[in-house]
Design a protein around this ligand. Structure first.
Ligand SMILES: Cc1cc2nc3c(=O)[nH]c(=O)nc-3n(C[C@H](O)[C@H](O)[C@H](O)COP(=O)(O)OP(=O)(O)OC[C@H]3O[C@@H](n4cnc5c(N)ncnc54)[C@H](O)[C@@H]3O)c2cc1C
Length: 381
């Protein structure tokens, strides 16, 4: 397996790194404090081609591979997780199902708008009674006079209630086949009567990202809004989560790297007992451990991306990477706060936000316990 980056991949990484430092870092604290969605930054990411990295160029996407996408996610998360999850949830959760299973008409209708960042896509899987047990869908859709009539609720849905939210792809029970519930995917456009996004949640972190509950009350969409084959909805969304885990793992690597960057810079500046704290072995040990663990986690994440791009099975590696990097991000941000002492507890310092932003990485897109289940199954348990 070749971990050497191509010239295009290096260029993309440099471009996103510069963008994150120049455009995102100066406003990240304010956006977080005001819980304000970063519309201007999303527009700029769209103009830079960051809102459709892995999608075909014919539709305005970047036509790039998964590793390129991973590099962009890492660089954004290194500076701000809210901006990063807005881009990542839009790409690997929201837009990907339309790219993979959309009809020509659905792709024409949605992909150019989504790849440009003019519209955002979201992914509606989780429900009040269907989180880790994602197959326990209660939302229903019945065909009536050539339309699907949708009833039910989703929760914790990223990018669903902004001014530029275009559509959500959902799972819904569309009938029964062979005594089993048939689950399908449907695209529901924002503004469809009967479809409402509720008030945003008050969250621990990811404060500048948009997360809301959704309700569907006799919400009618055309029969042609079925996404993919009828009955394939659960299987298809599990596939999306598999790929999404690579992106979330890249977020963990980026966030841990950002925490290390901040901790190292601070340790070199902060003087205690007459010299910078970076001169003390207790601080050096934390920095050295983190740097080794981050590099290992990065390589595992890149490996999952390379397996996906090579058309190989990547379920095991993606789950391993997601499990490892989420925990690493939590530990790295905690150590970074520790190295900052009291200032680490103060919001002006990025590590304070990083610490709050890290925890979701052990929960979203499959909890640690779910990753352990996936890994154990892959190993034959
Ligand atoms: C900020 C945020 C953004 C999100 N964005 C989206 C989104 O865009 N789209 C979307 O569909 N969802 C989204 N989610 C939902 C997220 O994916 C779920 O919260 C997550 O999958 C866990 O589901 P749950 O919250 O129902 O927890 P539960 O499934 O109720 O889990 C509770 C606890 O029980 C454990 N547990 C459950 N089952 C088992 C088992 N069999 N064995 C061992 N332990 C088990 C879990 O690991 C966890 O520790 C988001 C969540 C948040 C907080």
């Amino acid at each position: 397996m070749n971990f050497e980056l191509s010239d295009e991949q290096r260029l993309l990484r440099e471009t996103v790194r510069d963008f994150a430092r120049q455009e995102v870092a100066p406003v990240a604290e304010e956006l977080d404090r005001e819980k304000r969605f970063p519309y201007e930054i999303v527009a700029k990411m769209g103009a830079l081609g960051l809102m459709g990295i892995p999608f075909p160029q014919d539709y305005g996407g970047g036509g790039a591979d998964t590793l390129s996408y991973v590099l962009a996610v890492e660089e954004l998360a290194r500076v701000d997780s809210s901006v990063c999850i807005t881009m990542a949830a839009h790409t690997s959760l929201g837009t990907m199902p339309i790219h993979l299973w959309g009809s020509d008409e659905q792709r024409q209708e949605w992909l150019p708008e989504l790849c440009s960042g003019r519209r955002l896509a979201s992914f509606g899987l989780t429900e009040p009674e269907a989180g880790s047990d994602a197959g326990n869908v209660r939302t229903t859709a019945r065909l009536e006079d050539g339309e699907w009539v949708i009833n039910g609720a989703k929760q914790f849905i990223t990018n669903s209630g902004t001014d530029i939210s275009g559509c959500v792809s959902i799972t819904a029970v569309t009938g029964e086949a062979d005594g089993r519930r048939e689950i399908s995917n449907l695209i529901v456009a924002t503004g469809t009567p009967g479809y409402e996004a509720g008030e945003p949640y008050r969250k621990m972190g990811w404060n500048a990202s948009d997360t809301r509950p959704l309700t569907f009350e006799d919400c009618r969409v055309a029969e042609s809004n079925l996404l993919g084959r009828r009955g394939d909805g659960f299987k298809n969304f599990l596939h999306i989560l598999d790929g999404g885990r690579i992106g979330v793992a890249a977020m963990g690597v980026g966030l841990a790297q950002g925490a290390l960057d901040e901790a190292l810079a601070y340790a070199k500046e902060r003087v205690a007992f007459g010299q910078p704290i970076s001169k003390y072995q207790a601080i050096q040990a934390k920095i050295a451990d983190l740097s080794a663990q981050i590099e290992a986690a990065r390589l595992l994440t890149w490996r999952a991306a390379l397996e996906k791009d090579a058309g190989e099975s990547f379920t095991l590696t993606a789950a391993q990477a997601k499990l490892l990097t989420g925990r690493l991000a939590v530990r790295a941000t905690e150590e970074a706060v520790q190295i900052h002492g009291g200032y680490g507890y103060i919001e002006e310092y990025p590590v304070c936000r990083f610490y709050r932003d890290a925890k979701i990485l052990t929960i979203g897109e499959g909890t640690d316990e779910v990753q352990q289940m996936v890994i154990a199954r892959q190993l034959g348990c």
